[in-house]
Design a protein around this ligand. Sequence first.
Ligand SMILES: Cc1cc2nc3c(=O)[nH]c(=O)nc-3n(C[C@H](O)[C@H](O)[C@H](O)COP(=O)(O)OP(=O)(O)OC[C@H]3O[C@@H](n4cnc5c(N)ncnc54)[C@H](O)[C@@H]3O)c2cc1C
Length: 347
Amino acid sequence: MLVENDAPLAPLTTLRLGGPARRLVTAHTDDEVIAAVREADAAGEPLLVLGGGSNLVIGDAGFSGTALRIATEGFALDGTALEVAAGETWSEVVRRTVLDHHLAGIEFLAGIPGSAGATPVQNVGAYGQEVAQAITEVVAYDRTADEVVVLPNAECAFSYRHSRFKAEPDRYVVLRVRFRLEDAEGLSTPVRYAETARHLGVEQGDRVAVDTAWKAVLLLRAGKGMVLDPADHDTWSAGSFFTNPVLTAAQYESFRTRPGAEDAPAYPAPEGCTKTSAAWLIDRAGFGKGYGSGPATLSTKHTLALTNRGSATAEDLLALAREIRDGVREAFGVELVNEPVMVGVTL
Ligand SMILES: Cc1cc2nc3c(=O)[nH]c(=O)nc-3n(C[C@H](O)[C@H](O)[C@H](O)COP(=O)(O)OP(=O)(O)OC[C@H]3O[C@@H](n4cnc5c(N)ncnc54)[C@H](O)[C@@H]3O)c2cc1C
């Protein structure tokens, strides 16, 4: 276990901004993770669990507590049952299941940055797939009960970019994630997303070779600056900064009366709600690709990514986020909600 004091956190995040941690602990085994959490909890010390830092906005004042960096390793495949340690790099886990083992189930989640352990936290999803569809169990350290628990999928309360782990952020530290993949003789799961189907030249619902699906996703993501590339400032982001708004029937009706809203994308969501597109709202509210003149701007490839052009502070980024949130509210009466986790700051 490595312990550093007054350690910069910015280099450990994909936005590359924010202040230092009073203490940074790097844990390489589950026992080290649990020991570090117990120590912080016993001392009444605030704890920040850190994976790949790809969904975090750390305030400029930093974090006055213990940041625990999870660096555990483990990839165990038994038939189609996969168990991975929280510290494994997610995009590498996907690559191995697809290219080395020709298994389906997480192939459309290629190229998403960060750790495997963080994927259940916001039920990571893209191109019509979510980890909730493949996760069987999550092994976590429960800080309240002070014990390791095994939560079956049904107890993880997965929904769109949400879960029990996100709802109770100070309770669970994910140690391992178990998946059930699919052996479809080298084929993918059905292509669900219209854009991917178009790109692949197939109908929605068709299957393609699993490695073809994986490559297609990486290509589509790279075109939007959604695959990490240190040389490309469009990828110095936290991915999508806002979640797609899910509107109740009454909210949707009121939204549709706004000028221009009749063209808005609309997808059915649970409980009679309608999901619309945050990227569409941002663009139509006047914030196009590349918007902004300071050190924080929208990505030149995607309106949903707020990016650091090299010297941005957290306040620069948040000022841009607030301007966009307020502009969308004014134009469409819809309140955008941030997807990344805020540390020591609010929108
Ligand atoms: C370019 C880019 C593209 C992206 N594309 C997508 C996308 O397509 N779909 C999508 O869903 N997301 C996307 N994201 C967001 C991000 O990659 C995911 O949310 C990812 O799962 C975060 O993983 P991480 O390890 O970096 O988490 P971190 O940023 O380190 O942490 C995020 C949150 O999870 C908590 N956490 C991390 N590890 C654990 C653990 N082991 N136990 C408990 N809590 C933990 C942290 O405390 C924090 O609250 C993108 C981000 C970037 C930068």
